[in-house]
Design a protein around this ligand. Structure first.
Ligand SMILES: NC(=O)c1ccc[n+]([C@@H]2O[C@H](COP(=O)([O-])OP(=O)(O)OC[C@H]3O[C@@H](n4cnc5c(N)ncnc54)[C@H](O)[C@@H]3O)[C@@H](O)[C@H]2O)c1
Length: 327
């Protein structure tokens, strides 16, 4: 099975998959001449794992996992026992006006996940690079024995009315947020089909549920994620794979907490406190910017056995702001 170690941050641990059902999957998946094997979700559901380690023996591939919502999601899944591959660009992308994660962020994320007692592989890669992402996911399948959960979370943003953006600035947001997620799905599809099981979560946004004058390209990319989730849910339904979209509102991460975003959105008072006050006005419930663990907990639920037949759905995490959306 092809591997892509060129930008792998540290070597994965040398011990093999601990769960026998996943060894079966691995044996059936060599070289992607994938034979249908025991569905990982079914196998794990039949085991007597304690609820707190409900994902023991399973694994997750998380894009944009070096920090923010992606890291929080990886941590929540790891706390429940899942092995993790973090796939993050961990470097700057041209036309993105705020700092993305660094290689140090990615290495720290990997160390923190490993400290939870699971395996973690960190790959420095761009979701726009389809072949690299595919090789990374195949490496995850080969190392962990399966890829049970895929979280297409990597994303970037920009602020301003549509007419101010150059072609390159439009392209980069669509390429990362939407086409990048499509490439994540293309990597996942053959693996999950062969497993006859899997959960896919696409990170959309409430700007994918309502128009946004000042986030036009970002909003379009996030509306696209919902169409992509529903289309993929149909495509993979017969393989027992679910696909859902998650729509956070305003989360306390570096995507918002940076000079470019704060300075453009709130030029009179470009502080995180002012952003928090703005978020309190936007939310119906009495909360401002909330922590990424709230998004992570929703993703964890979608990956759980309790959500086995929830597919093609959209989960708003918007502290009531979503009450204005049509059903
Ligand atoms: N923070 C919010 O308020 C909010 C709200 C709704 C939706 N979201 C979405 O949640 C997701 C995560 O956002 P966040 O708030 O954690 O932001 P963040 O900037 O803290 O994290 C994004 C991560 O994605 C990585 N990344 C960016 N481009 C990449 C690429 N081309 N390939 C691989 N990795 C890449 C970055 O390095 C970073 O680690 C994004 O899709 C974002 O649009 C965020």
């Amino acid at each position: 099975m092809p591997t892509d170690n060129e930008n792998t941050i540290n070597a994965p641990s040398e011990t093999g998959p601990s769960d026998p059902s996943r060894r079966t999957l691995l044996a059936g998946s060599a070289g992607l001449g994938l034979a249908a094997a025991v569905p990982a979700a079914t196998a794990a559901a039949q085991s007597a794992e304690s609820p707190s380690r409900e994902f023991a023996g399973r694994s997750a591939f998380v894009t944009g996992g070096a920090r923010g919502i992606g890291y929080a999601t990886a941590e929540a899944l790891a706390r429940a026992g899942a092995d993790i591959m973090l796939y993050d660009v961990a470097g700057q992308i041209e036309h993105v006006k705020y700092p993305l994660a660094t290689p140090e962020d990615l290495a720290t994320a990997k160390a923190n996940i490993e400290a939870l007692g699971v395996k973690c592989i960190a790959v420095q890669g761009d979701v726009r690079d389809g072949p690299k992402q595919k090789a990374a996911m195949q490496e995850a399948a080969a190392t962990f024995g399966s890829v049970d959960f895929v979280v297409a979370n990597a994303g970037i943003t920009q602020v301003g009315p549509l007419d101010i953006f150059s072609e390159a600035e439009i392209d980069v947001v669509l390429d990362v947020n939407l086409a990048g997620a499509m490439k994540t799905l293309q990597a996942a599809i053959p693996i999950m089909r062969a497993q006859n099981a899997g959960r896919i979560v696409l990170m959309s946004s409430i700007t994918g549920r309502r128009g946004s004058e000042f986030f036009p390209v970002y909003s379009a990319s996030k509306w696209g994620m919902i169409g992509l989730a529903k289309s993929t849910a149909r495509l993979l339904a017969k393989s027992n794979v679910t696909c859902n979209a998650v729509c956070p509102s305003l989360v306390r991460t570096r995507l918002l907490d940076n000079d470019y975003i704060l300075g453009t959105m709130i030029p009179d008072n470009p502080t995180i406190e002012a952003a928090d006050a703005g978020a309190k006005q936007l939310h119906v419930m009495p909360v401002g910017l909330y922590g990424p663990e709230h998004v992570a907990n929703t993703v964890k639920f979608i990956c759980s056995d309790a959500a086995a037949y929830i597919s093609g759905d959209v989960f708003d995490i918007a502290a009531g702001r979503n009450t204005e959306f049509p059903a």
